[in-house]
Design a protein around this ligand. Structure first.
Ligand SMILES: [Zn+2]
Length: 320
């Protein structure tokens, strides 16, 4: 096999896979079956985890187009709360303007952004998700892969790649493409699992980030370097806090034991299963990277906005 697709470094087998065959069902975001993935290699130089058995780009695109994830929207409330957290971070570094969500899925983040005053559009390859975003939420969605997208030279104040780069066959060119879609002073926000986090290292081969659909898992330091290589400045680099119903957390984590399992198990005794619980797992990064500012943007710093925070429960299971 060849070298690292990110830096050409040497690849070393990290976790042996279970030899499964990838299909549209296995690609869906709610499909978390720990330990089921193809062989995973780690780059000795940049630390990126890569899964070469993921199908070639054309076949992968066909699988994503036909993907269905009917369970996704049952966690609508938690996913919207997570989206607002990401939007709050973006809003700290750029005034509200035009926002493009690449890989927008069902459009929940776009819908939240629109409520905050952003002029929004999305890009999505999955037919059923794009149909929901357009038909049910009335959003403008381009049904195309990022590399085929033609926006006729339009530029955006914010471009988001949330839970996307780890699914791509060429993350570096995707970052370059998104960089090219930014206005002067605009920001690129990348959300992706971090294989160099303490949580990922402790979980080892059973870390949730090791999924059959994940092509590249970029360590925090490597992602920072790739964004800087695009001429961007890291404006914010934080760990993502995810919200789901208690029932969802119980199904996914409680039986795996450890500190998180114990914390979620304790929450079960005092909360209904429908309660929204936010968990800082510490193993997914949110990076906001900014283009050099124009004179106008410097003259108008973004006004701080209050987030519409409702009552929520945060389960602390990990050291900072
Ligand atoms: Zn590498």
């Amino acid at each position: 096999m060849g070298g690292c697709a990110i830096c050409s470094g040497e690849l070393v087998l990290r976790h042996s896979g279970s030899g499964l065959v990838l299909d549209s069902e296995l690609l869906s975001p709610t499909n978390h079956r720990p330990g089921e993935y193809g062989d995973l290699y780690r780059c000795a130089a940049c630390g990126t985890l890569q899964q070469p058995s993921v199908p070639d780009p054309a076949r992968l695109a066909r699988l994503y187009r036909g993907m269905r994830d009917d369970a996704y929207l049952t966690e609508d409330a938690g996913r919207r709360r997570t989206a607002r957290r990401i939007l709050d971070m973006v809003g700290r570094h750029v005034p509200i303007g035009r926002l493009l969500d690449v890989g927008c899925g069902h459009g929940l983040l776009l819908d939240e952004a629109r409520l905050l005053g952003w002029e929004v559009e999305g890009v999505e390859v999955c037919e059923t998700a794009a149909a929901y975003a357009r038909g049910t939420l009335g959003l403008k969605v381009h049904e195309a892969a990022l590399e085929d997208l033609d926006l006729g030279g339009e530029r955006f104040d914010a471009v988001l790649l949330a839970d996307v780069v780890e699914h791509l066959s060429d993350p570096v060119s995707a970052l370059r493409r998104c960089r090219g879609l930014l206005k002067p002073g605009g920001v690129l926000c990348v959300v992706t699992p971090d294989p160099s986090s303490a949580t990922a290292r402790i979980a080892g081969p059973r870390w949730w980030g090791l999924l059959p659909a994940h092509t590249f898992l970029l360590p925090r330091a490597t992602l920072r370097g790739l964004l800087r290589a695009q001429g961007l400045r890291i404006a914010e680099d934080a760990s993502l806090v995810r919200s789901f119903s208690l029932g969802y957390w119980l199904a996914g984590f409680a039986e795996r034991g450890g500190r998180l399992g114990a914390a979620v198990g304790a929450a079960r005794r005092v909360l209904p299963r429908t309660a929204i619980v936010s968990v800082p797992l510490g193993d997914e990064r949110v990076m906001v990277a900014a283009t050099p500012r124009s004179a106008r943007a410097q003259a108008e710093p973004p006004a701080p906005r209050r987030s519409r925070r409702r009552r929520e429960t945060v389960v602390h299971a990990e050291r900072a």
